[in-house]
Ligand binder design. Structure first.
Ligand code: SF4
Length: 86
């Protein structure tokens, strides 16, 4: 699906804004380094969407996440629902 995903026919969904209510409630940030460490003490900067089990993207800098329907998250983003990819 890589060639298809990079083709002109597939437009990327808009990025999630950190200010979206859903993003705020999940503590989503576009850059994992900016996660609220005080609020989420288990966060580490090695955790990011690209190695989260829920991330739908492949090599693209952004990809889908079922927690944000119709939007995309950045591959180096993070939220409190992070689950390490097996
Ligand atoms: Fe990123 Fe995973 Fe949170 Fe989705 S659930 S925003 S892929 S860390």
């Amino acid at each position: 699906t890589g060639a298809l995903a990079s083709g002109m026919a597939m437009a990327a969904a808009p990025l999630v804004a950190e200010t979206d209510a859903n993003a705020k409630s999940l503590g989503y940030v576009a850059d994992t380094a900016k996660a609220d460490q005080a609020k989420y003490p288990k966060h580490t900067k090695e955790q990011m969407c690209s190695n989260c089990a829920l991330y739908q993207g492949k090599t693209a800098p952004q990809g889908g996440c079922p927690l944000f329907p119709g939007k995309e998250v950045t591959s180096k983003g993070w939220c409190s629902a992070y689950a390490k990819k097996a």
